[in-house]
Design a protein around this ligand. Structure first.
Ligand code: MRU
Length: 345
């Protein structure tokens, strides 16, 4: 399977291995990374070779499929036990994006769904299930992109934060799915790309995707978003999500909350785009969403060079929570959801 809508392949399955476009090396180098074992997939997720909530879920699902292929188990029970080891290992990689746990749960349920399947059939069934998760993600992105395009006026200037594009999904993207949907609908959008310190997903990845497709855009330093809005140069904000609580509170890349506050101050609509697999109805509100703390060196260094004094500690929360009250609408494959939000499973 591959992503037909894109000129690149962020995540692709080759029957015995998972091939990932190594996002750590973009935009300078387009290098593909081959994962043949589940620990290699876990490592790719942890080190951001593959990142973005839906892409993490898809990669983890194929990680479980690889665990099944690699397991020497001759009976169903030992194969299921090996799968549990892989699922537990993959679940430890990153805590915030619920798509990871959603995909792992779905793989576990699939493995246990038919007690009549022997090990060989189970191995094949799990590769098929991961493929289905992949295909459904592309389809959801396309549907939400079409719903979201309706929110984009002709010639709109859209500000986005982080990368919620084809790279962050099985293909097409969520926030950038709406941009692509608007392009396909002939709305000719322009995109302001927040650089997204400290890991620079906007400057490195979103700009790379948009440049490849010839979609007009400009990168701005995160700190320039306020004045760009004040000058009247932003018509709407569209961002992705890592986990959406039952009440609509949304965890996304650190800095998203600030953008939402700015949008409210300037009277600019603020939209969240995500597939239903990003909604966690078990969580009542944003306070219960686990926020990943990453290595402080991501803040202390820029392109591998120390930029802070040797004695200065740093904190590095990778996500923040935007309260539902600041979100104009949440766009999923099921349509445009307006407040008050009450998401159910
Ligand atoms: O740390 P990352 O790069 O995995 O964070 C990604 C984001 O915050 C995205 O906006 C989110 O996962 C949505 S991707 C469609």
């Amino acid at each position: 399977v591959g992503a037909p809508a894109l000129a690149f392949f962020p995540v692709s399955w080759r029957g015995d291995r998972l091939v990932l476009l190594d996002q750590r090396r973009l935009p300078g180098e387009e290098v593909y990374l081959e994962c043949r074992t589940w620990p290699e997939v876990a490592d790719a997720i942890r080190t951001l070779a593959v990142r973005g909530a839906p892409a993490i879920g898809v990669a983890a699902a194929f990680g479980v499929a690889l665990a099944a292929l690699a397991s020497p188990a001759r009976d169903r029970e030992s194969l299921l036990a090996d799968l549990e080891t892989a699922i537990a290992g993959l679940a430890k990689t990153r805590p915030t994006a619920v798509n990871l746990f959603w995909a792992l749960d779905r793989m576990r349920r699939s493995a246990r769904s038919d007690p009549a399947l022997g090990p060989a059939e189970l191995r094949a069934a799990l590769a098929r299930e991961a493929g289905a998760i992949f295909e459904e993600d592309v389809a959801s992105n396309r549907r939400l992109g079409a719903h979201g395009a309706e929110l984009v006026p002709a010639g709109a200037r859209i500000l986005t934060h982080c990368n919620a594009g084809g790279l962050a999904t099985a293909g097409y993207g969520t926030a950038l799915g709406i941009v692509r949907g608007a392009v396909e609908a002939g709305r000719r959008p322009f995109v302001w790309v927040d650089e997204t310190r400290p890991v620079l997903q906007g400057a490195r990845l979103t700009a790379w995707e948009l440049a490849r497709e010839g979609i007009p855009h400009a990168v701005i330093a995160d700190v320039a978003a306020a004045s760009t809005m004040a000058r009247g140069e932003v018509d709407l904000v569209v961002v992705g999500a890592d986990r959406i609580a039952r009440n609509g509170d949304t965890a996304n890349k650190i800095g998203t909350y600030g953008v939402a506050v700015l949008a409210r101050h300037h009277g600019i609509p603020f939209y969240v785009a995500a597939p239903f697999s990003t909604i966690d109805p078990a969580i009542p509100d944003g306070a219960a969403i686990p926020i990943e703390e990453r290595d402080p060196r991501e803040v202390q260094e820029l392109a591998g060079r120390r930029i802070t004094p040797a004695g200065s500690p740093a904190r590095n929360p990778a996500f923040d929570v935007t309260p539902a009250a600041l979100i104009t609408a949440i766009v999923t494959e099921r349509g445009v959801h307006r407040p008050p939000y009450h998401f159910q499973a």
